[in-house]
Write a protein that binds this ligand. Sequence first.
Ligand code: ATP
Ligand code: MG
Length: 717
Amino acid sequence: MDISSLLNPLNKAQREAAAAPPGHHLVLAGAGSGKTRVLVHRMAWLIRSQGIAPVNLLAVTFTNKAAGEMRGRIEELLETPVGGMWVGTFHGIAHRLLRAHWQEAQLPQDFQILDSEDQYRLIRRILQNLNLDESRWPPRQAQWFINSHKDKGLRPQHLEEGTNPHVRQQIRIYHDYQSHCERSGLVDFAELLLRAHELLRDHAHVLQHYQNRFTHVLVDEFQDTNAIQYAWLRLLAGHQGELFIVGDDDQSIYGWRGAQIENIQQLSRDFPAIRTLRLEQNYRSTGVILAAANAVIANNTERLGKNLWTESEDGEPIQIYQAFNERDEAHFITERIHAWKAQGGMGADTAVLYRSNAQSRIVEAALVEAGIPYRVHGGLRFFERAEIKDALAYLRLVTHQNDDSAFERIVNTPPRGIGERTLSQVREHARQAGVSLWQATVQLVAQQHLPGRSATALRHFHSLMERMATDIMGLSLPAQIESVLDHSGLLNHYRKDRGEKSQSRLDNLKELINAASQFKPEDPSLETLSEFLAHAALESGGTQAEGWEDCVQLMTLHAAKGLEFPLVFMIGMEEGLFPSPQSRNEPGRLEEERRLCYVGMTRAQRHLYLIYATRRWLYGSDSYPQPSRFLHEIPTELTSEQQPHIDIIHPGGAPQPTAPVSSIDGFRIGQRVNHPKFGEGVVLNLEGKDNQRRVQVNFIQGGAKWLVVIYANLQII
Ligand code: ATP
Ligand code: MG
């Protein structure tokens, strides 16, 4: 492709950005204006027109998925594979630097990555060792304390002890946690970034090498960088490197995780020569969706300000649906998706977005019931499922015997008679001798100090792990995994388990072998198993997303950043859920919630549904929330509001809050019933008690209706 046709798919402002002359550039522009597209074209243009070698480019994106797509797009534009170009997330790139320079970074060569759940478990153990009561010292709080300081580049020794006993204790926990990680060669997510930063800062020759190599550093979604990521970028860019940064202050949604929107202003102070470019035309959404999103974000005061317009047609109004409850909300979604598919729409073009992960469950249940395939991104990621983590923990312990969190996870999974008492002895021994749990096990087994039964169980575990380590030597990665699944007893354990989840667990374990067969390490010179384990820890749902089935996409609003879908549902648009309860009295947090709403709305290309329920079963109790203030911020002429066809007679006043029930008067979900007036239908929901017992029935003619059982005269057929 020649150079002019390379820039052809861009408008004038985009072209000026993609083909800007040498120097630092900041593209500050609203959602859907083509920032990511410009960044990709910039890279292709640098390679093709400026003769920059791909190895001289470093591109940073927000998710692994985005990184993969970016590489694919560039190769498509250049019509050739580009090797040697670094495209990844901050964490992925930091990991790569640390693997390459483990000695300078003072890490063992086979250091392991601790994901947030492992980190949590480790912190709980540290608290136990310090004899701290979890109710007074919640592990999540300690986890937050540790990570937020690491994100700011602060180690325990940098923190002022001060006089506040609470802070002093947190520093002590941080300190003990960190020494444990150092001893065991464990690196948590925040540590990846911090250490990679220290590596560059403290080793002039390493920094020099990368500064010489990366003449061009490009960053997408810059508004969500934190202090340490920014410091890292500054170091890498040095005096010669050229920055090409794209971002949108209105989409900064990770403040709660330490992202600093101020980095945008800081950039202009640190690089005074930087040119700011604007893109104003939105190509993603209809006029109505864009106008509504603009109206919502206009309520924020802390904005750099921008103009966003579109040439697209207005499209249909935004549909607001007032659901009766969360099950009606879920049912409404399945109905719409059926209709969408009936008109030839794809499930994969549909996204259901929610504020909190827990909201997915009911939607999932409704989708299953309706036979609509779906995929959950984030939260329940493949590599986070318990059985997968069990399998990986075996592999981690085999390759890295000092990995205490892996040890804890599988020492008695599947159950092999190693009880809490024995484990406490192992932990105590480890603590006193300053060794890992595995070494403690080895020593205890050798000393033969344990009572009979525990000794046998522990000895058995010890020899099992030894055998496993020899068994997998020289095998291919999928064969290694297969061997571990087999010998660990995990497969058998789930085969024997009659629980409702056991089949899907077995399927997942098999899928792990598939994932291993398809795995290609980024850097072929590194050892495959360790690379695979690192990939698993860093993975953000990629394996799920690569399935062949046409799946509806479920994810949190946060996870939807940068993506787009023709049809979008935003659910739970209620005060106390979205905006979240914590943000209501804090203006700064409320603005962040509003930005999140803006991100969600601007994911929609053609159809946007905003749903709220008038009652919701939330965190174990019934509530009657108010519609979200964000709904009121949308001009009414842009919306059209619908309500369910509820046919309820309320003898004796308003309905009472009730918990979901599984059967009423012999009616069950899924049962076929007949009504004298509405005809045949299927029971969708049941709730209430006494004379307020209600069933929701989806009638073949007339759709879903709520009926009070004692008046409805329903017949089971
Ligand atoms: P976000 O802020 O959500 O990350 P963005 O600014 O990165 O959005 P892109 O994802 O790059 O925007 O682009 C939005 C959509 O508009 C994409 O489908 C993209 O292909 C399309 N698009 C961008 N520029 C043009 C153009 N000049 N002509 C046609 N389509 C375009
Ligand atoms: Mg983008």
